[in-house]
Design a protein around this ligand. Structure first.
Ligand code: SF4
Length: 224
């Protein structure tokens, strides 16, 4: 079992001791729950609400190495973590009952939007977001490119660039396909989901794995 850093507050989430690459990601994503000292980050407040839990899990999905751990017994939290690839971050042995499932395809219902207006509104807030410590932009975006597959843009919040392609598939429906680099793929689905949730013009989002999409299965309202 990993050794927790001594400054973690008691609770189910903790950061491992001597594991830090100073990625700073938890501080940017969940500053109410993680604090950085001169050694590494640690859990300074455990999540209490569903939104806070989402933020904490997003930080876990986005971290560069598996420093943040879950030692609790909540089956739903364990399922979400394992399905999003955080098997190594779950200490509880019941993690073996679940398997990884990356949901990186989303059917998005947004009446009255074009692909361009939807993307413009989607990125409006993230473009203004600033790094917690240094005030730099939290996210960087490539130029948009348009092809027969739709509109593609690349996004980064650290080093890796992740691609989002949006295709209009009906008057009021868009298909989002996410292709993330390296470990960021889990966090990328969550991040786009959070941005979509904040948009009043989006009336429904259904997330699917590629396999579920290919089989024509219904999606679920969140990527995990
Ligand atoms: S998540 Fe890990 S690498 Fe990133 S700041 Fe925290 S301890 Fe360091």
């Amino acid at each position: 079992m990993p050794t927790p850093y001594p400054k973690n507050v008691p609770g189910d989430f903790y950061v491992e001791d001597k594991c830090c690459l100073t990625c700073n990601i938890p501080i940017d994503i969940a500053p109410d729950h993680f604090t950085m000292d001169d050694q590494q980050c640690y859990v300074s407040r455990q999540p209490q609400t569903p939104d806070e839990l989402d933020r904490t899990l997003l930080a876990m999905n986005s971290q560069e190495v598996d420093c943040i751990h879950y030692r609790g017994e909540d089956r739903e939290v364990i399922r979400r973590l394992v399905e999003t690839g955080e098997w190594c971050s779950v200490d509880n042995p019941t993690r073996r009952f679940f398997e990884q499932r990356l949901r990186n395809v989303a059917r998005v219902t947004a009446p009255g939007m074009t692909t361009w207006t939807l993307l413009t509104q989607l990125f409006e807030k993230p473009l203004m977001s600033r790094d917690y410590y240094e005030g730099r932009p939290s996210y960087r975006f490539s130029q948009f490119t348009e092809s027969e597959h739709g509109v593609m843009v690349q996004i980064t919040w650290h080093e890796d660039w992740h691609a989002l392609t949006v295709t209009r598939i009906a008057d009021d429906m868009f298909l989002f396909r996410l292709k993330a680099a390296h470990r960021g793929e889990r966090g990328f689905s969550r991040l786009i989901h959070h941005w979509l949730k904040d948009l009043p013009i989006v009336s429904d989002v259904q997330w699917l794995s590629q396999d579920e999409f290919d089989k024509g299965l219904p999606g679920q309202p969140a990527p995990d």
